[in-house]
Design a binder for this molecule. Structure first.
Ligand SMILES: C[C@H](O)[C@H](O)[C@H]1CNC2=NC(N)=NC(=O)C2=N1
Length: 114
């Protein structure tokens, strides 16, 4: 069984090329450790909406996530709203989902306190 801490304890690696795409069983195993995250874009991305009480809390999360993106050199697509942030990870250098997407999704979960 994969756990959220196993995913979050990794560091993102520079990955390039489709050979780094995770296969469907690997994606399923990792998704099962990330409640609230779902597949998007025909299995090429994962996404979750994080909900907050107000804009200040939303922005605090988004800024913390931006710091993680910089530290890991792996960047989410973000939709920022008054009381929620829509976070989407995909690895464009790989053309789909890589280990890095799950590493960062798990780090986002821990940041949000979930
Ligand atoms: C050189 C650098 O490591 C790459 O361009 C990184 C930067 N951040 C990235 N972020 C995401 N989401 N996908 C990538 O393929 C990616 N590549």
């Amino acid at each position: 069984m994969t756990t959220i801490n196993e995913l979050a304890d990794r560091r993102c690696q520079p990955l390039k090329g489709p050979q780094h795409q995770l296969d469907a069983p690997s994606v399923s195993a990792r998704l099962s450790a990330l409640p609230g995250w779902t597949l998007a874009d025909e299995g090429k991305a994962i996404t979750r909406t994080f909900r907050f009480k107000d804009y200040y809390r939303t922005m605090a999360f988004v800024n913390a996530l931006a710091y993680v993106a910089h530290a890991e050199d792996h960047h989410p697509d973000l939709g920022v709203h008054y009381d929620r942030a829509v976070v989407r990870y995909s690895t464009h250098d790989v053309g789909g989902l890589s280990e890095n997407d799950f590493t960062c999704a798990a780090k986002a979960e821990l940041l949000a306190g979930e």
